[in-house]
Design a protein around this ligand. Structure first.
Ligand SMILES: *[C@@H]1O[C@H](CO)[C@@H](O)[C@H](O)[C@H]1NC(C)=O
Ligand SMILES: *[C@@H]1O[C@H](CO)[C@@H](O)[C@H](O)[C@H]1NC(C)=O
Ligand SMILES: *[C@@H]1O[C@H](CO)[C@@H](O)[C@H](O)[C@H]1NC(C)=O
Ligand SMILES: *[C@@H]1O[C@H](CO)[C@@H](O)[C@H](O)[C@H]1NC(C)=O
Length: 423
């Protein structure tokens, strides 16, 4: 899945598919049982606030944000903690951005005491949840509908050019305050690419990047190899140019394609795709599976697989010099030079020793690009036992990661966490 799994939780998508296709072959405990807890989490079709926030006694507002390229995004705001706050005090806004093939709901799968948005709200923050274009709550556009290929004519470049700027403008406009940002997986790549072009930084206070993704060439497992060799071609053939819907027939065919690759362990896909997560609760994983993977664009997946293959963080490659010339005025797509991220931007990076998507060597490459960053503006946490999904659903993520995020946003420098690890 190269790419799918690659970033984000696409992994889970495929996991779902494999279970659906080969239910009797699943045997590891973390697989849980597909569908077991159906209905345990309310469907968010009536809004994420209703399904995941107000049920726990918190205030929540549904917002819509329209991007310059016409997408109408669903955004939730949790303005205060359960016990409220002192009236009139301005709270610090935090925007939380998920990865690819999942949506904002993912952040709420852990119990209310253990999930990031509610922890931030209880710590006095004004919390905003993003849902990327194409996911179930953000499938509207001013003139297009998802059945049109033109609706899916974007890669993560457009998330950098249009989506994050629209979200920042909106939250900044509503609160009048600079924003703290949390990204996971693809939500870190789009942020880093934006910062490198000087985007968002005027409205940004600081950024916490969990499972940071930039370079992808060391992605472990057969995943990287498959992506490098054949992914681009396969994904286009199977999915066409439009919607990448892991739940559709093409998704099933893609799984079969992956499983035919020697070295790709279809019997333990979660581990094969995201690394050996230390700390998942199988009931929570069941909830996740019940909710299913989310669509993205095929072009986005192709762009991600280019990043795996080419070893650079660059704009989308149209695959032909004349097309690239037309779009960029150059035969090759321009790179995002991560060394150009403003050196005084407060950043907290938290990465795991077992993460197969955000590989330790790739994170080191990213840190090398940041070597001129002001020393007191960069905090790095290494969690030896964590893999990609632990950062969103780990049973101990509150103690291990989220409490550090809160401290970071409250202005504490976290160098001491450099070598933190989990039992
Ligand atoms: C799960 O399946 C794998 C591959 O078939 C096998 O090697 C392993 O022993 C099984 N584990 C359990 C707990 O049954
Ligand atoms: C996608 O957008 C490009 C402009 O960036 C345009 O040239 C192309 O025709 C569009 N394709 C579709 C299917 O809308
Ligand atoms: C796992 O999640 C279930 C459902 O939320 C919860 O009841 C259980 O206590 C959790 N187990 C652990 C070890 O956190
Ligand atoms: C990136 O920017 C840095 C500093 O501005 C420069 O030294 C380096 O050569 C650039 N890298 C590339 C690949 O252009």
């Amino acid at each position: 899945m190269g790419v799918p799994g690659l970033l984000g939780l696409a992994a889970w998508s495929f996991y779902v598919l494999v279970l659906a296709v080969q239910p009797h072959q699943a045997n590891s405990s973390i697989r849980g049982s597909f569908g077991l807890n159906k209905g345990a989490v309310a469907s968010p079709e009536n809004g994420l606030c209703a399904s995941s926030v107000t049920v726990h006694g918190y205030k929540c507002e549904e917002h819509e944000v329209t991007t310059k390229d016409g997408y109408i995004l669903s955004v939730q705001r949790i303005p205060e903690g359960r016990v409220g706050g002192s009236a009139g005090t301005k709270k610090q806004p935090v925007l939380i951005q998920h990865g690819v093939t999942v949506d904002g709901l993912t952040w709420f799968l852990n119990s209310p005491g253990q999930n990031l948005p509610l922890i931030l709200a209880n710590n006095g923050f004004d919390v905003w949840i993003a849902n990327t274009r194409g996911t179930r709550l953000s499938r509207q556009h001013v003139s297009l509908v998802p059945s049109q290929p033109a609706f899916w004519n974007w890669s993560w470049d457009e998330l950098v050019s249009f989506e994050l700027p629209a979200l920042f403008d909106y939250v900044y406009g509503q609160t009048g305050q600079k924003i703290d940002y949390v990204g996971h997986s693809l939500g870190t790549l789009t942020a880093l690419a934006s910062f490198s072009e000087g985007k968002l930084v005027n409205q940004l206070k600081s950024a916490a990047l969990l499972s940071p993704i930039a370079y992808l060439s060391h992605m472990k497992t057969a995943l990287g190899n498959i992506a490098a060799k054949s992914f681009v071609g396969e994904i286009r053939t199977l999915f066409g140019q439009a919607e990448f819907n892991p739940k559709g027939k093409a998704g099933g065919d893609f799984i079969k394609f992956l499983c035919d690759n020697p070295g790709f362990d279809c019997y333990d896909l979660v581990t094969a795709l995201t690394g050996k997560n230390c700390c998942l609760n199988s009931s929570i994983v069941d909830l996740f599976l019940t909710n299913g993977p989310q669509s993205t664009s095929t072009m986005n997946m192709v762009h991600l697989s280019q990043t795996v293959r080419n070893g650079v963080v660059a704009k989308y490659n149209y695959g032909r010099h004349d097309y690239n010339l037309m779009h960029y005025g150059e035969a090759m797509p321009p790179i995002y030079n991560l060394s150009n991220i403003p050196h005084d931007l407060p950043m907290f990076l938290s990465y795991g020793g077992q993460d197969a998507l955000s590989d330790v060597l790739d994170v080191k490459h990213l840190l090398d690009d940041l070597k001129s960053h002001d020393v007191d503006k960069l905090s790095v946490q290494f969690i030896k036992d964590y893999a990609h999904v632990d950062f969103i659903m780990g049973v101990n993520a509150k103690d291990v990661v989220y409490n550090q995020v809160v401290k970071f946003f409250k202005g504490q420098h976290l160098r001491s966490l450099m070598e933190a690890s989990v039992v």
